[in-house]
Design a protein around this ligand. Sequence first.
Ligand code: SF4
Ligand code: SF4
Length: 306
Amino acid sequence: MIGISWRREQGLADPLLRNMLAEKGLDDVPQWTKEDDVRMEAHDRWMALAEDRDGPVNPEICEITDPAHITDEIKSKALELGADLAGCCALTPIMIDEGFDMPHRNVISFIVHEEYANVLKGARAIEAETYAVYVRVAQIATELAAFVRDLGYPAWAHHNGIRQIQAIPTLYHSGFGELGRHGSLINTTYSANFRPGFVTTNVPLQYDSPLEFGVQDYCEKCKLCRNNCPGDAIATDHILTDGIKRWRINMEKCYPYSRLHEAYCHICVDVCPYLHKENGDPEKRTMYGAYMKQRKEDGYRSPNRL
Ligand code: SF4
Ligand code: SF4
């Protein structure tokens, strides 16, 4: 199956980022080269795991008469390895990078949450948590793929170190939630405070279905991410992709804060009220209230105070 979804080049391979650096006379990305940067160590760890994304497949194939049973086993393994939620669906070309020839027909998705409490500790704490979660995702994907290969089926891990899977359509079709205005998927339990990993395989699975619970209608009225974005990068009006609402993020406006600014920018996700107002968790609601009070005191869209 050949993929059809465009992926932005990563790091300095991204032409937009290179042009913006050149315009500002910068050789490298301030977000990634600042003192005490936590990214490089995490980056080395997920890149090292990329070498283990594939491996020998057990020649003794586990005969599967009940896909529901093996699906439960694989999901349980993902949770045992440290994932918070797991789901699966059949792969379609939109879930795969443009031009990539994917030899597998199914995908197992999982997510690992980021602790929301970090919003009250500042950008450095949010950044450290994000990269620690990315490493955990790479470890879980690598071990889960090995578990599936041990059942006698080919399987590849997909994470920051190596991936050909597009997160949003894959998570949506695996029942994790709906796309929010800020460009991330909103889940009923973790909102958008999570990072995903994937394992592609040919093991027969019982598929999950999309889970729609009103996020996209909510986003039409809410706009908090848009109003708090320091770069004014989040669209007011939506477009439709495959019948699903999508609000464009203007990367030329986002990069000055998410790449060219030393402080890590995760504001669009952290101000999202969906989880904190809607699920009634009193602890998170209190944290959210304190964080938003802090943001109001600092002023919305106030990059100098980020
Ligand atoms: S990462 Fe920051 S600058 Fe980029 S869209 Fe989100 S809030 Fe705006
Ligand atoms: S902040 Fe509001 S508009 Fe933005 S994604 Fe969350 S719910 Fe939707």
